[in-house]
Design a protein around this ligand. Structure first.
Ligand SMILES: Nc1nc2c(ncn2[C@@H]2O[C@H](COP(=O)(O)OP(=O)(O)OP(=O)(O)O)[C@@H](O)[C@H]2O)c(=O)[nH]1
Ligand SMILES: [Mg+2]
Length: 198
């Protein structure tokens, strides 16, 4: 499938369910802890520097951001979770918005869960993985910030991510670095094959 990644545009920022995009185009939904590098990963996939915003103040915006790629599919940047300094009211708002998005698995073609390659997945990461699994849609996990790992840490950490998140063997865990570009081709290939109609 030929997709022109330069043909990318921000479409809208949804703060509630009535703003959700419901057209026929596939949606590839990115979720992960605040600061794990969701926006950076989208920028890396598109080879853009400042396309999806890379936040200095994590957890501030609780919105779902839609980017349309080559009039073919959407990259959906879901709001990050697990930021300690966020007030309970904000966490509740996050929960309501995400609950509504995940209540419509028909909107999601493929899930991308970004985790931190350095650490054992958190309880929130496990919950997020369970939400994705519950959609019945294919899931891919990207272990980001790989550039911060020693070579000897890579395999054990990837294995730990697979075990803690209880991923089936059909779920790829891609070693990734939004910073260096590691894993870009593999994630891109997985996304492009995921959005093709069966
Ligand atoms: N070393 C390294 N730093 C990274 C990588 N990816 C992202 N970062 C840094 O991590 C920080 C957070 O990145 P963002 O892309 O804003 O993370 P986010 O998940 O979109 O955060 P929220 O939108 O707040 O949920 C930034 O300072 C990035 O430069 C990576 O692969 N390696
Ligand atoms: Mg972001």
């Amino acid at each position: 499938m030929e997709v022109n990644l330069h043909q990318a545009e921000f479409v809208l920022s949804a703060a509630s369910e009535r703003d959700f995009i419901r057209d026929e185009l596939p949606q590839v939904a990115f979720a992960g802890r605040s600061n794990v590098g969701k926006s950076s990963s989208i920028n890396r996939l598109l080879n853009r520097k400042n396309f999806a915003r890379v936040g200095a103040a994590p957890g501030k915006t609780i919105h779902i951001n839609y980017f349309k790629i080559d009039r073919t599919f959407y990259l959906v940047d879901l709001p990050g979770y697990g930021y300690a300094k966020v007030a309970k009211s904000e966490r509740d708002r996050w929960g309501r918005l995400m609950e509504r998005y995940f209540a419509h698995p028909e909107l999601m073609t493929l899930g991308v869960l970004i985790v931190d390659a350095r650490h054992k997945p958190t309880a929130d990461d496990r919950t997020m993985a369970d939400w994705f699994k519950a959609t019945g849609r294919p899931l891919v996990v990207a272990a980001n910030k790989l550039d911060k790992l020693k070579k000897s840490e890579i395999e054990p950490n990837l294995q730990q991510i697979r075990e803690v998140l209880e991923l089936g063997e059909e779920v790829p865990v891609i070693p990734f670095s939004a910073e260096k570009g590691t894993g870009r081709e593999e994630l891109l290939r997985t996304i492009l094959s995921g959005i093709q109609a069966p």
